[in-house]
Design a protein around this ligand. Structure first.
Ligand code: GDP
Ligand code: GDP
Length: 437
């Protein structure tokens, strides 16, 4: 099921990114351990009261530097109105209600979207009085928060989750592989969709249960059913979020949420840029299977080493996604196109694979025998048993004497051993450590 999207809007310097980081909190800490994920992230996944959601800091969407500030905020608010399910309107208790706050409030109000007003920089009790004037914005109780102290975040999250809509399940059958294509404008997403659908033996079909929306394109090849997610969104041009590269990010996020397999398109002609990393990082974090697709391979001057070198570049840039296979192709000439769907099918299988507990424990026991867990202040981590609890992505719980003793490097060692034994190509694996003696 897709997660609802929460967007933070507000003037510069009110504390949007500070609060954003508070909300994605410990997740970010985990991710920061992994080289290759950059710090200036603008979207992340979170959960509160058992309700998962995605969150985006629209302030981090880079607009043309020439844009006047008010115009930028307006564009960000427009984007939030278009794509978000709940909008957090961030204001500043020190500054009070400003003219641009009022203007943005007007836009948000007219949209009819659920809006939560968060008043930041309430660093002490005295400043609590400052929040009353924010009632005038017309969105009910403003929530006082302090990004510096971390206070009020729980109340803010309560207000956000109270307003989250119940999202309809995608009603595709389990045997349908849901595929999202993501990548910068002009990387060749629509061309690749057309190329896939134009391939021999592809049957563009109505699969039972696909009436949900005309934005997806179902098809079948070699007996396997697929659906391309949000193909309409790719054709939607000229909208405000298409005018700047980063505006496509939010749409991509939603497509990723609904997908099983994410095709991360890279322009073979231009190479890898920072934005490719952001979006791929989100696919990783959302626990989706991924394949790197290097498109426009027809125009790349190559010899027998080019492919290997390009793959190496991908590995260097996406250190956190070494599990994802790389496919080189040309959507235009259809060169190597036939290689793509079998890879998609393969990673989808890995993403839903369940490994029996005894097999998993055999592998982990061997791993421990070869390389015993290190000791920490004289105490040694003892692993009692491991078991896979879910799929999509494969999620494995490691029961130990004391979770504090499990270090990132040892966890990675175990993950590598598990991958070596059971493949899991193309899918992230989640390892959780729990106490059980
Ligand atoms: P953004 O531009 O809206 O994303 O704002 P930032 O999160 O970058 O914060 C802008 C400035 O406000 C930074 O200097 C923060 O340290 C500061 N700031 C953020 N939260 C608080 C807070 O709760 N209290 C105070 N006093 N300062 C804060
Ligand atoms: P999108 O914005 O990601 O959907 O990209 P498009 O599919 O619209 O493609 C952008 C441009 O790149 C178009 O001019 C395409 O003809 C061109 N293009 C797409 N795929 C290829 C390819 O494999 N090789 C070459 N040479 N050009 C391509």
């Amino acid at each position: 099921m897709a997660r609802p999207v929460v967007a933070i809007v507000g003037r510069p310097n009110v504390g949007k990114s500070t609060i954003f980081n508070r909300i994605i909190g410990d997740r970010l800490a985990i991710v920061e351990d992994k080289p290759g994920i950059t710090r200036d992230r603008i979207y992340g996944a979170s959960e509160w009261n058992g309700k998962p959601f995605s969150i985006i800091d629209t302030g981090g969407i880079e607009l043309d530097d020439e844009e006047p500030i008010l115009k930028s905020i307006r564009m960000q608010a427009e984007l939030a109105i278009e794509e978000a399910d709940v909008i957090v309107f961030m204001c500043d208790a020190k500054a009070g209600v400003t003219g641009s706050d009022e203007e943005v409030a007007g836009m948000l109000y007219r949209s009819g979207k659920p809006v939560v007003v968060a008043v930041n920089k309430v660093d002490n009790i005295g400043r609590m009085d400052n929040i009353y004037e924010f009632y005038n914005l017309g969105f009910g109780d403003p929530i006082g928060v302090s990004g510096s102290h971390g206070t009020g975040i729980g109340d803010l999250l309560d207000a956000i989750t109270d307003n989250l809509p119940e999202l309809a399940e995608d009603n595709y059958e389990d045997d349908v592989i849901r595929v999202a294509l993501i990548g910068r404008p002009n990387v060749g997403k629509s061309s690749l969709v057309n190329a896939i659908l134009g391939e021999e033996r592809v049957i563009v079909s109505d699969i039972a249960g696909t009436t949900r929306d005309a934005i997806d394109t179902p098809f079948e090849k070699d007996g396997q059913k697929y659906v391309l997610i949000d193909t309409a969104g790719m054709r939607k041009r000229g909208k405000v979020y298409e005018t700047t590269e980063k505006y496509s990010v939010m749409r991509a996020m939603k497509a990723i949420e609904r997908a099983d397999v994410v095709l991360v398109l890279i322009n073979g002609e231009e190479g890898i840029i920072e934005q490719d990393k952001h979006i791929a990082g989100y696919a990783y974090e959302a626990g989706k299977a991924s394949v790197f697709v290097v498109n426009k391979w027809d125009v790349v001057e190559k010899d027998d080493k080019t492919m290997h070198q390009f793959e190496q570049k991908i590995r260097d840039h996406f250190l956190f996604m070494t599990y994802a296979p790389v496919v080189f192709l040309s959507a235009k000439t259809k060169q190597r196109l036939h290689k793509l769907l079998p890879v998609v099918q393969h990673v989808a299988e890995q993403h839903t694979k369940r490994v029996q507990t005894h097999l998993l424990n055999d592998v982990v026991s061997d791993a421990i025998a070869i390389n015993p867990p290190p000791t920490d202040k004289g105490r040694r981590l003892r692993i009692n048993y491991v078991t896979q609890v879910t799929v999509k992505p494969p999620t494995i719980v490691v029961f130990v004497n004391d979770p504090e003793l499990m270090h990132f490097s040892y966890e990675r060692y175990l993950e590598n051993k598990i991958r070596a034994a059971f493949n899991f190509e193309g899918t992230p694996i989640r390892l959780f450590t729990r106490r059980k003696s």
